[in-house]
Design a protein around this ligand. Structure first.
Ligand code: ADP
Ligand code: MG
Length: 231
């Protein structure tokens, strides 16, 4: 049986909407989004965005949103948004989350890109904030191809972390593929590290994924989860 130390300070998991507020404060690039409580609000917010859009469930009971059918991407018009809204609620219900367990949805612009990157922070009790980067999906989950670096980190050190990844050639024009915006990814990581140094309440943070586009076109976080430790 797991035991929790009695004087362990409480932790607080921020949902995507709350996590994005912190990203905004530190100018970490992320896509346009809005929180909506009802279908009507969802339609209004989607109307203000560029299509295609994405809809995601917001619920304290759901951490991995796509495992619940809680992420609907590539929605081309309002009708598809309405259908996706219903589907998200149905999917959650099938998994035993009733509608009062759902706070609403996040509507956001869809970002097209070439690779999905994981950018994370883990605060180590001795070393402090540690930056974790790797390519999303199988590279991180199956091959454990990640690079770690202890804060503070300068741009050149972050670039070296990326170069240590086995999958690095995929970012840098492997076999005639286009080069991706490595510089933008380094800048994004730098902001994340500086944020973790300033905000010592951040215990963990995951930007998963950051969508990386071709050279000159940027790196943009489309999902965020921050865990705060209360003192
Ligand atoms: P979770 O990690 O909680 O399952 P995400 O928000 O990461 O949910 O969404 C799951 C996947 O959907 C992402 O890995 C990405 O492939 C895709 N996705 C999510 N949001 C967007 C977006 N705004 N633009 C493009 N793809 C997205
Ligand atoms: Mg994610």
């Amino acid at each position: 049986m797991n035991t929790v130390p009695v004087n362990h300070p409480p932790i607080h998991v921020l949902n995507e909407v709350e996590s994005r507020k912190i990203l905004k404060e530190y100018a970490v690039p992320h896509n346009k989004s809005a929180f909506a409580k009802t279908k009507e609000e969802t339609i209004q917010e989607a109307d203000k965005m560029e299509f295609p859009v994405v809809l995601k469930v917001v619920s304290p009971l759901i951490v991995h949103k796509s495992d619940f059918g809680g992420v609907q991407i590539n929605l081309q018009n309002i009708q598809e948004v309405e259908e996706a809204f219903d589907l998200i609620y149905e999917n959650a219900k099938k998994r035993g989350v009733v509608s009062n367990g759902i706070e609403g949805v996040i509507v956001q612009e869809m970002i097209e890109g070439k690779e999905e990157i994981l950018v994370g922070i883990k605060r180590d009790p001795i070393f402090g904030p540690v930056l974790v980067v790797g390519l999303g999906g199988v590279f991180v989950e199956l091959l454990k191809d990640v690079s770690l670096g202890i804060a503070p980190l300068e741009e050149n050190e972050i670039l070296n972390m990326l170069k240590k990844l086995k999958a690095y050639p995929l970012l840098n024009g492997y076999r005639g593929k286009e080069k991706l915006d490595i510089d933008a990814l380094v800048q994004l990581c730098k902001k994340v590290v500086d944020m973790a140094i300033r905000e010592d309440g951040i215990l963990e943070m995951d930007l998963n994924p950051v969508i990386l586009r071709e050279e000159g076109k940027g790196a943009i976080a489309v999902d965020a989860r921050i865990v705060l430790q209360e003192k």
